[in-house]
Design a protein around this ligand. Structure first.
Ligand code: NAD
Ligand code: LMR
Length: 334
């Protein structure tokens, strides 16, 4: 059926619009993959001044797709303008990691961007704003934006671990020779970094505990976990630049599930402000198993973490605490 244009457009702000992820993400959003086939979108693109010309070029290409759902594009180098009326804000713009860099190196390079953007979201975005931070270090950048936007409810700030979640699905699917659609309850815990913990003790394949289906602790510990943790670096090594189309696809998945809900028999992974669940200090933006309904997420409660899992969750959360303390020391938390 032809898309109905009866709904008013949803305003989606995207930062770093002229970058690699933007080049994939904007076309998926405009095609309706993120908000659905009957929701028109108005794009508001933010770029730094020297990249405005390139952003114009991307907007020309978006025009040339004649997407039925795309109701307008605005471009600015001023966050106050780009975030005006934003209902969904995808904070992608920041410097990507290059070969040999760890995410910690990005804290100072990128932290400052998110104070200004947090303030601008606070002052200019719509009341129903939802924020996804993709730019690295994503969890801590989301923490900075959240702390600089005191009038925006904290639960509206999230960071992306959906790419890690999807990577874990793909690795497990290949190992057990089952389609990804047979897998439920995958979880990424902690930070979007090499300390993250992809959990096969709660994941299920065809209704059975994934770790038992795999039945190979050496693969789980020596191959699966490090492969998922280091996949970002492996892509950088292979491609010469960081993941882009897969990151854009994960961002589409994250926002789609947040807005439209997770399937009744499954959950997903999102980095969200902790309420103290699973011993994660309150306010840290950490990845958890979450379900979404009616445009809101909630952390799946009461999962048992054995000693193996507990130690790995704790290590990643300890890294988030270190990152928080570092940006607090730089005065970025307001
Ligand atoms: P890129 O360098 O190709 O594009 C980034 C764009 O952001 C550039 O066009 C740049 O001009 C723009 N930019 C820089 N500062 C800005 C600002 N203050 N406001 C608006 N725009 C600004 O990078 P990319 O490959 O698109 O990656 C973007 C970010 O996403 C990087 O930090 C990367 O590490 C991160 N990333 C995260 C995940 C994840 O899973 N969370 C996955 C892949 C990449
Ligand atoms: C990824 O996971 O692919 C991105 O976060 C890029 C990176 O620096 O690892």
């Amino acid at each position: 059926t032809a898309p109905s244009q009866s709904q008013s457009p949803v305003t989606v702000a995207v930062t770093g619009a002229a970058g690699q992820i933007g080049y994939s993400l904007l076309f998926r959003i405009a095609s309706g993959a993120m908000l659905g086939p009957s929701t028109p979108v108005r794009l508001r693109l933010l770029e730094i001044t020297p990249a405005l010309g390139a952003a114009q070029g991307v907007a020309m290409e978006l025009d040339d797709c004649a997407f039925p759902l795309l109701s307008g594009i605005d471009i600015s180098d001023d966050p106050a303008v780009a975030f005006d009326g934003a209902q969904v804000a995808l904070l992608v713009g920041s410097r990507p990691r290059t070969k040999g860099m760890e995410r910690g190196d990005l804290l100072s390079a990128n932290g400052a961007i998110f104070t200004g953007q947090g303030k601008a979201l606070n002052d200019h975005a719509a009341d129903d704003l939802k924020v996804l931070v993709v730019g690295n270090p994503a969890n801590t950048n989301a923490l900075i934006a959240m702390n600089n936007a005191p009038d925006v409810p904290r639960e509206r700030f999230t960071a992306m671990t959906r790419l890690d979640h999807n990577r874990a699905l793909a690795q497990l699917s290949a190992k057990v020779a089952a389609p990804v659609t047979d897998i439920r309850h995958m979880t990424i815990w902690g930070n979007h970094s090499a300390t993250q913990y992809p959990d096969l003790f709660h994941a299920e394949v065809g209704g059975r505990v994934a770790a038992e289906v795999v039945d190979d602790q050496q693969w789980l510990e020596g191959t699966f976990i490090p492969t998922v943790q280091k996949r970002g670096a492996a892509i950088i090594e292979a491609r010469g630049s960081s993941s882009a189309a897969s990151a854009a696809s994960a961002a589409v998945d994250h926002v789609r599930d947040w807005v439209h809900g997770t399937p009744a028999d499954d959950w997903t992974s999102m980095a969200v402000p902790s309420d103290g669940s699973y011993g994660v200090p309150e306010g840290l933006i950490s990845s958890f198993p979450v379900t979404c309904a009616d445009g809101a997420w909630s952390i799946v409660q009461d999962l048992e973490l054995d000693e193996f899992s507990r130690a790995r969750v704790d290590a990643s959360v300890a890294e988030l605490v270190e990152e928080r303390d570092a940006v607090q020391g730089m005065g970025l938390l307001g």
